[in-house]
Ligand binder design. Structure first.
Ligand code: ADP
Ligand code: MG
Length: 169
């Protein structure tokens, strides 16, 4: 699947996109979120949690590094922003955290992409106005691995369903 780009125009729209995306995820999935601070990674993770039926409030895991939530499928939310976080995760054992029986969503996940054979990456791009003055985000979805490629159409359908527009490449 070629990367495809989706434009959202508000945090609510990014949230809705992630809620819808939860409909196509399975246990064992790794979803990498990348993009600058304030780009919308945590907004997306919250939407994913809601879509997976998580009732608990999802908080940014920046200082706790890993949080696990119970939903229709269990969700592990990881943030590897700080280098110490990455080391701590390596000490804990990435395999113990990003397990086959959970859905894993990893903020700043591009830094750990090489550790996983298959993933969906959502790369957030801010438009030039910056986060305060402009609520437009371009989300670029890239997949690696056959397990995701077989869901390409479903992924593309998600964007169309929530009304976020396909961005021009
Ligand atoms: P990150 O986790 O990437 O650092 P957050 O998700 O915590 O970023 O914050 C994103 C901020 O940008 C929030 O304040 C959110 O309301 C705002 N925002 C504005 N427009 C959008 C959009 N289209 N998608 C996601 N967040 C948006
Ligand atoms: Mg965040």
């Amino acid at each position: 699947m070629r990367p495809f780009r989706v434009e959202t125009h508000s945090a609510a729209e990014t949230h809705a996109l992630a809620v819808a995306l939860a409909g196509v995820v399975r246990t064992g999935d790794v979803i990498l979120l990348s993009g600058d601070l304030g780009a919308g990674k945590t907004v997306f993770a919250r939407g994913l949690a809601e879509g997976l039926g998580v009732d608990d409030q999802v908080v940014s895991p920046t200082f706790t590094i890993v949080r696990e939530y119970r939903g229709r499928l269990p969700l592990v939310h990881v943030d590897v922003y700080r280098l110490e976080s990455l080391r701590e995760l390596e000490d804990l054992g990435f395999d113990e955290i990003v397990r086959d029986d959970v859905v894993a969503v990893i903020e700043w996940g591009d830094s750990v992409a090489a550790l996983f054979p298959e993933w969906l990456e959502v790369r957030f791009e801010l438009s030039t106005g910056g986060p305060e003055v402009d609520d437009v985000r371009v989300l670029e979805l890239t997949v690696r691995g056959a397990y995701w490629i077989e869901r390409s159409d479903a992924l593309a359908g998600v964007a169309d369903r929530v009304g976020a527009s396909r961005a021009r490449s």
